[in-house]
Design a protein around this ligand. Structure first.
Ligand code: SF4
Length: 227
C-alpha cells in the first residue's frame, strides 16, 4: 500500500499544481468527509493559494461542526463558512416547516436548494475553478467522474483530484498523517450530511444509503453535483 499511496499522493499533488497553474483563484469546497480531509491537508501543506469553503446549512450535526473547528486549528487553514440567506429560510419554513424535507422529493429539494445550492453559487462567485472531493466509488451517479470536468450549469471548470481514489487509499492517507475524522463514522455513519437527512447504516447497506433514507429509488444527490 505504501508505494501505491505514495504514487497516488504525488499524482494528486500534481493535479492540484495543474489547477493552480491554470487558474488564478480556485476554490475547494468540502463537507469534511474523509476525502475532503485528505484534500484539505494537501492544500494546507503544499497548495495554500487554494481557498477552502464549506456550506453550513445550519442543520449540520454537532460532530461535523466540531470537526470543522478542529481541522482549522490543526491544519492552520481557514475554511470559509457559507450560510443560507435568512429571508429565504424564513420563507421555506413558512411554506413547509423545518422538517418538510420528509414530505416529498420536491420539498426535500426545495430545502437543499435554499440551504446548499444557492449558497454554493455565492461560495463560488469570484472563483475561476471549483475543486471537489467527489470520488467514483461514492455512488453509481458518480461512477464516471473524471479529474477534469466543466460544470455547464455554473459555466465553471470543475476538478475532482481524488476521483480515482478508493477507500483504502483515503484511509491510508488519513492514518499516515494521523488526521481526525467525523466521530459519527464510529457510530455507523458513512456519508454524512445534514442531521435530519443522515442516519447510520444498517449491515450490508451501500455507503450512500444513510442519506435521505426515506426516499426510494431516487438519486442520492442534493443538486451540488447534479441530480
Ligand atoms: S440535506 Fe436535508 S436538511 Fe440538508 S439541505 Fe438537504 S433537505 Fe435540507
Amino acid at each position: 500500500m505504501t508505494s501505491a499511496l505514495n504514487l497516488a499522493v504525488e499524482q494528486a499533488h500534481a493535479r492540484l499544481s495543474t489547477i493552480t497553474s491554470r487558474h488564478d483563484n480556485p476554490a475547494f469546497g468540502t463537507a469534511f468527509g474523509p476525502e475532503g480531509i485528505v484534500l484539505l491537508h494537501m492544500i494546507a501543506t503544499r497548495h495554500p493559494e487554494i481557498a477552502a469553503f464549506s456550506l453550513d446549512t445550519l442543520l449540520l450535526p454537532q460532530a461535523t461542526q466540531d470537526l470543522w473547528t478542529e481541522l482549522e486549528s490543526l491544519l492552520q487553514i481557514p475554511v470559509r463558512r457559507v450560510t443560507p440567506e435568512p429571508e429565504a429560510l424564513v420563507r421555506l419554513e413558512r411554506a413547509q416547516g423545518r422538517y418538510g424535507m420528509y414530505d416529498s422529493v420536491e420539498s426535500r429539494r426545495a430545502c437543499c436548494d435554499i440551504r446548499k445550492v444557492q449558497p454554493l453559487e455565492w461560495a463560488l462567485a469570484g472563483h475561476d475553478a471549483w475543486i471537489t472531493g467527489v470520488r467514483r466509488s461514492h455512488s453509481a451517479e458518480r461512477a464516471e467522474t473524471a479529474f477534469e470536468e466543466f460544470d455547464q450549469q455554473r459555466k465553471l471548470a470543475k476538478y475532482n483530484p481524488l476521483a480515482d481514489w478508493d477507500d483504502a487509499l483515503v484511509n491510508a492517507y488519513l492514518a499516515q498523517h494521523a488526521l481526525p475524522v467525523n466521530r459519527l463514522h464510529a457510530k455507523g455513519y458513512a456519508s454524512i450530511g445534514c442531521e435530519p437527512c443522515t442516519r447510520a447504516l444498517k449491515p450490508g447497506e451501500h455507503p450512500r444509503a444513510g442519506r435521505w433514507w426515506w426516499e426510494i429509488a431516487v438519486s442520492k444527490e442534493c443538486g451540488l453535483h447534479g441530480r
